[in-house]
Design a protein around this ligand. Structure first.
Ligand SMILES: [Zn+2]
Length: 419
């Protein structure tokens, strides 16, 4: 029961254009997916939700003392804007940007390798940081990433910009003590949407297996690996199940606005709260297609799933690395509500979240390599006489899931994950 790698690649290429959550381009991508589903006789629903989005981001860093230099930068989306002339302030390197390093920073611009999560964000605001410069990963160029709206809604704006790893190293080595940071962008509320379609089960329609992939990208990046590839992969799966319905109900969800804080999956669990008990499992595909790469499965479910995938991976001989781990994606809100999941990813190309995430290092063969495996795994589960896996998530994964959500800045509703 193979997927059609060539057809998936065609669709992936069509979908490989910038499609930031809340943008017109994201809406166009949702309509393209819906149109494709209609062409195979399915009736998708577009489930809308409100998001924060942004446009026209601009950033620049100028070194003022003890030497002068201009450094190319990219604005951290949704982090606000400085006054037009920028902010001039002492520069302070604070390592990872996590709370323990945020001391004696009042009136400073901080330099760090990460945004320090919600706690780092909150402490930076409290301690009087004026702006932040974030250092990208080695070899990854400039990131086009945004801050989660949970953070600025709680703690306020903090204008921030990304610079390249090499430039960050240079600032520290040369001992830059004073910089000017300029950040500008237009921020606005907008609508995003999940594309949802059901293929009812033939004998256990009350048991729902959710098949998910986010279809949005980060700002001004094609997002071919992340995640036009996953979107095209689950579209192939929808074609299969449309022609061969399973015992259980398959619900396909192309999530919007994942890159701005999993907004599509948070909207989904709210909208479908009454139904979540029927969700027996989630299969998520996030990042795929890379010619050079490795196949991975992050299991947020019982070790029985882990063992099964390990055995099945060996059957297929695709070097599948399955491990018990949370995955930074739409599986998080579902896991928080008790829905076990596995996220499949084929990484290696890209790097994701940079301009290099294009279709040029993806091919049909490697799209189908993971696609065939995920389809077969899902077919087995969906057609099992007795559902093979308990609806359980190990406590360590539950704890990491809660920590992930707190780190993103969302306030946990107590006991919500105990349902
Ligand atoms: Zn992704």
């Amino acid at each position: 029961m193979p997927t059609d790698g060539d057809r998936a690649l065609d669709f992936l290429k069509k979908l490989s254009f910038p499609r930031l959550g809340g943008s017109q381009e994201e809406k166009k991508a949702a309509e393209m997916i819906a149109e494709e589903l209609r062409s195979i006789g399915l009736e998708p629903r577009l489930e809308e939700f409100e998001v924060w989005s942004y446009a026209n981001p601009y950033a620049k860093v100028e070194v003022l003392e003890p030497y002068t230099a201009e450094i190319e930068a990219s604005a951290l989306g949704l982090s606000g804007s400085t006054p037009p002339g920028g902010i001039e302030a002492p520069l302070k390197y604070i390592e990872t940007g996590t709370v323990e390093f945020i001391n004696d920073v009042e009136g400073c611009i901080t330099l760090a390798t990460g945004n320090g999560g919600a706690k780092g964000y909150e402490r930076s605001k409290k301690k009087g940081v004026l702006g932040r410069i974030l250092i990208g990963r080695q070899g990854a160029g400039l990131f086009n990433l945004a801050v989660n709206s949970f953070q600025f809604e709680r703690f306020g704006k903090l204008p921030s910009a990304w610079i390249r790893y090499e430039d960050g190293l240079d600032l520290i080595r040369k001992g830059a003590t004073k910089v000017r940071l300029i950040v500008s962008q237009d921020e606005f509320k907008s609508m995003s949407r999940n594309v949802v379609v059901d293929i009812p089960g033939t004998s256990e329609p009350e048991e729902i297996i959710l098949i998910g992939a986010h279809y949005d990208s980060v700002y001004d990046i094609d997002g071919a690996h992340d995640n036009a590839a996953g979107s095209a992969t689950i579209l192939e799966m929808a074609r299969h199940f449309a022609a061969h319905p399973a015992r259980r109900t398959l619900r396909f969800v192309w999530f919007g606005t994942e890159e701005l804080g999993l907004k599509g999956s948070w909207a989904y669990i709210e909208r479908h709260a009454d139904e979540l008990k029927k969700h027996v499992f989630m299969v998520n595909v996030d990042v795929a297609g890379s010619i050079i790469g490795t196949n991975n499965a992050s299991v947020m479910a019982s070790d029985k799933v882990l063992n099964y995938l390990d055995v099945m991976g060996k059957e297929y001989g695709i070097g599948l690395s399955a491990r018990s781990s949370i995955y930074s994606g739409d599986c998080i809100p579902l896991g928080y509500k008790g829905v076990p999941s596995v996220t499949f990813a084929r990484g290696g190309g890209g790097p994701i979240h940079t301009k290099a995430d294009t279709a040029c290092d993806i091919d049909a063969k490697h799209l189908a390599m993971l696609g065939d495996f995920v389809l077969d795994f899902t077919v087995r589960m969906a057609n099992s006489v007795t559902f093979p896996f308990p609806r359980e998530i190990p406590e360590s994964i539950r704890r990491q899931t809660r920590e992930y959500i707190e780190n993103a800045g969302k306030v946990l509703d107590e006991g919500a994950d105990k349902k």
